[in-house]
Design a protein around this ligand. Structure first.
Ligand SMILES: [Mg+2]
Length: 435
């Protein structure tokens, strides 16, 4: 039946219908200008998981990350933050600031498992769920207000996550992703913040420009040099000036500062693995050729991981001999999407697996145990310089083709590539082929 209260000509169920049915209908009712976007973020996620596993850590300052001198703080507890410690800081500096902190190396398998438990609860509760990183979620609740109330629903979802997983979580609710994400951050820990329609600009105004997603250290300094510190000041700057100073992203930041953000919540498919295989035109014993091809596969798959914002924790190598004897060997690795970690693993597996001196028909590489990694290359060893290098290379690959930048040793492998396995985007044009 058509509801008279609904401005779009959709079909709404009576209030007594079970919630699951209502959620299914909710998407149809949504209009872009009147959206309800929920952002959820687990509070100090790695720390909370460690505390679940060892309650003696409750209330203590904790640092998680690589303990070596080159290590970086991947996460820290609120108790450690009081000493001026923050994530991304060199571990050496953090230990100097807070010597009594408990240092934990971190265990990505544990974190993935707990992240999955939270994901399952959220996925089954909301119509569309996007998971941009291991501890963060967006949901589009548009239309649900007609039946239930988005704020009440969000509060119940939060309580359920805490009750069923033991992990503290905060949420922000508003008309768009940017404002909701900022609201989540403002409410932490255990926060629940709602910014009503039309209240976005006023909510953002008193906050530091640092709070705008996209404003990193460099942009922050550029804006500070212009005398801009609060979002309110940025709101009064003409958009043209922002564009002159920061280019295209200046415009985006200006819109975000006003609480304008039309970007949709995109349902992320949980992909369990990605792989690449090659069957030789004629069976081969050329070890160098095989190593070169494996290197190219390892590199291309790592690029696809980064494009999908994923990390892998398991590498499998496959060799099929000419007599169809197929062997595989797999190894667990610390979660990563970095070529310089994955390529040696793949080549080492090949050395261990290719033991029969028989011609080879097929070789393949698979990365599995995938987890959301955002722009990180590695959960625990943040290397800003290397991240910047990979980002620059990947930008070229996206623009000019997956094979526009490759390791010299992989040059002989000619056609590794394929569609983006996470979004279903069409394959990248191969630079070495005539189009
Ligand atoms: Mg978090």
């Amino acid at each position: 039946m058509a509801s008279p209260a609904c401005p779009t000509s959709c079909y709404c169920l009576p209030r007594t219908a079970p919630l699951a049915n209502l959620i299914g209908i909710a998407v149809i009712c949504g209009t872009v200008s009147n959206r309800h976007i929920l952002h959820l973020d687990l509070d100090t996620f790695f720390v909370s998981v460690e505390r679940l596993l060892d309650s003696r850590l409750e209330g203590a300052p904790i640092l998680i990350g690589g303990p070596s001198d080159r290590g970086v703080v991947a996460a820290c507890s609120y108790e450690a933050r009081r000493f001026g410690v923050h994530s991304g800081m060199p571990m050496r500096m953090a230990r100097a600031l807070c010597p009594e902190a408990t240092l934990i190396r971190g265990n990505s398998a544990n974190y993935m498992q707990h992240s999955r438990a939270v994901t399952d609860i959220i996925r089954e509760s909301v119509p569309v769920c996007e998971k941009p990183s291991i501890d963060e979620f967006y949901a589009d609740l548009t239309g649900m207000d007609r039946f239930y109330g988005c704020l009440a629903f969000s509060g119940e979802l939060k309580d359920r996550v805490i009750r069923e997983t033991g992990l503290p979580i905060s949420f922000g609710l508003s008309s768009n992703k940017t404002t909701s994400k900022v609201a989540t951050g403002e409410g932490k820990p255990l926060g629940a913040m709602h910014v009503g329609q039309g209240g976005e600009r006023g909510f953002l105004a008193p906050l530091s420009i640092r709070k705008i997603p996209m404003v990193g250290e460099r942009t922050y300094q550029t804006l500070r040099n212009l005398g801009i510190q609060r979002i309110a000041t940025l709101q009064d700057v003409p958009i043209e000036m922002m564009e002159r100073v920061l280019g295209k992203s200046g415009r985006v930041i200006w819109h975000k500062a006003h609480g304008h953000d039309d970007s949709p919540v995109v349902a992320t498919r949980e992909r369990k693995s990605i792989s690449s295989e090659r069957t030789f035109a004629s069976d081969s014993t050329d070890v160098e050729k095989m190593r070169s091809m494996l290197l190219a596969m390892a590199e291309n798959l790592a690029f696809q991981l980064r494009r999908g914002g994923k990390l892998t924790a398991c590498v499998t190598l496959k060799v099929r001999y000419a007599d169809f004897d197929t062997r595989t060997l797999q190894i667990r690795v610390p979660s990563t999407a970095a070529d310089h970690h994955l390529i040696p693993v793949v080549l080492d597996l090949f050395t261990r697996l290719y033991t029969r001196r028989v011609r080879v028909r097929l070789i393949g590489v698979r990365y599995s145990a995938l987890v959301e990694g955002g722009t990180q290359l590695d959960l625990f060893h943040v290397d800003k310089q290397r991240e910047a290098l990979y980002q620059a290379m990947d930008k070229m690959r996206t623009q000019f083709g997956a094979r526009s930048i490759i390791s010299a040793a992989g040059l002989s492998a000619r056609s590794i590539g394929g569609p983006n396995p996470f979004s279903g985007e069409p394959p990248i044009l191969l630079a070495n082929r005539r189009q």
